[in-house]
Design a binder for this molecule. Structure first.
Ligand code: ATP
Length: 305
């Protein structure tokens, strides 16, 4: 399904103190924001039902003459895997930093599960002086858990992340894929409800990347954490995602919203099927800046279903 993720809203005027820099806890069902969005898309199908992240009328600029976001709105439903695609420099990492609370919106609001967001930046950022176990546990410790309990939880998860027996190893003793898995485990342990993954596999060789993607799908299908995933790789986005959000114009004010649909579970063979190839062509068209205005974009309305 193709749709614009910045619906016209009935009452755009904020309550005093409600907008402009607020980033508040999203309390799930029953919020005005949720119901307004659904009213504006009566035919919209949400497979997951409960919103986990809502961005409304977001505005942000590092320099006043070069805004990055202008009145940007979109939602993620609980349990969704959504990929964000945009040309380099358009603001993907900045959006993650805003959602994670590392930057403050200059306009609009972000509703996110406060204290339950795991952010995995582009580089794994493991601390070279800490063991695998201590790196994986650090988010829990920062959250106030005792070191002993945090390490116990991390230890339990090592086998699931293909890291059994590596708990005492140092980051420099690991392969690139193993480092990414430690980093992902740290984000998952720290996050809980929403994971922001910023091009996690871009530095890996092709074969490691494929096995990491398939591994990530297995982990996601087991935990069903909501994931927002940045990638430049359309194949990767199609393999992993329920939906793609695509930005092609700066400042970003609207996103093409492309539903990938079934089948799941997917494998690399799925990408070679005609429906996926067709969808990939459409996505590549949308990514070309200035090629297609939003109104003219005609996506495969039913995704792959
Ligand atoms: N701290 C900062 N101060 C000033 N400008 C910044 C800062 N961080 C990012 N920018 C600028 O904001 C814009 C968006 O940057 P951002 O890193 O979010 O883009 P991106 O889409 O993630 O890029 P890429 O795909 O290359 O990682 C760029 O023009 C960048 O130069």
């Amino acid at each position: 399904m193709s749709r614009q993720a910045a619906p016209e809203r009935g009452n755009p005027s904020p309550e005093p103190g409600e907008l402009n820099g607020n980033r508040s806890e999203f309390n799930g069902t029953g919020s005005n924001l949720h119901s307004q969005t659904h009213q504006s898309h009566p035919g919209e199908r949400h497979a997951f039902g409960t919103p986990c992240l809502a961005v409304k009328d977001l505005g942000y600029a590092f320099a006043a003459d070069k805004p990055i976001f202008s009145k940007l709105s979109f939602e993620l439903q609980e349990g969704e895997f959504v990929s964000l695609l945009a040309p380099s420099g358009m603001g993907k990492t900045t959006l993650f930093r805003l959602i994670a609370g590392l930057l403050k919106p200059q306009a609009g609001e972000i509703h996110a599960p406060e204290g339950q967001i795991g952010y995995m930046p582009q580089r794994d950022c493991l601390m070279p002086w800490r063991t695998v176990l201590d790196n994986a546990a650090v988010g829990l410790e920062i959250g106030g858990m005792s070191k002993r309990e945090a390490r116990r939880r991390a230890l339990e998860l090592l086998p699931e992340f293909g890291l059994e027996g590596t708990g005492r190893r140092m980051p420099h003793e690991l392969s690139g894929g193993m480092r990414q898995r430690v980093s992902f485990m740290r984000s998952l342990l720290a996050g809980g409800r929403l994971l922001l993954l910023d091009e996690p596999f871009s530095a890996l060789d092709a074969m490691t990347r494929i096995s990491m993607q398939e591994w990530l799908l297995q982990i996601w299908e087991k935990h069903r954490t909501t994931i927002l995933f940045i990638t430049h790789d359309v194949d990767e986005a199609l393999l992993l995602s329920d939906r793609l959000l695509i930005a092609s114009h700066a400042p970003v004010s609207r996103l093409h919203d492309v539903e990938v649909g079934r089948p799941r579970p997917r494998s690399y063979e799925t990408l070679l099927t005609p429906p996926f190839i067709g969808l990939k062509q459409q996505v590549l068209e949308l990514l070309r800046p200035g090629q297609r205005p939003l109104e003219a974009a005609s996506m495969n309305k039913g995704g792959l279903e």
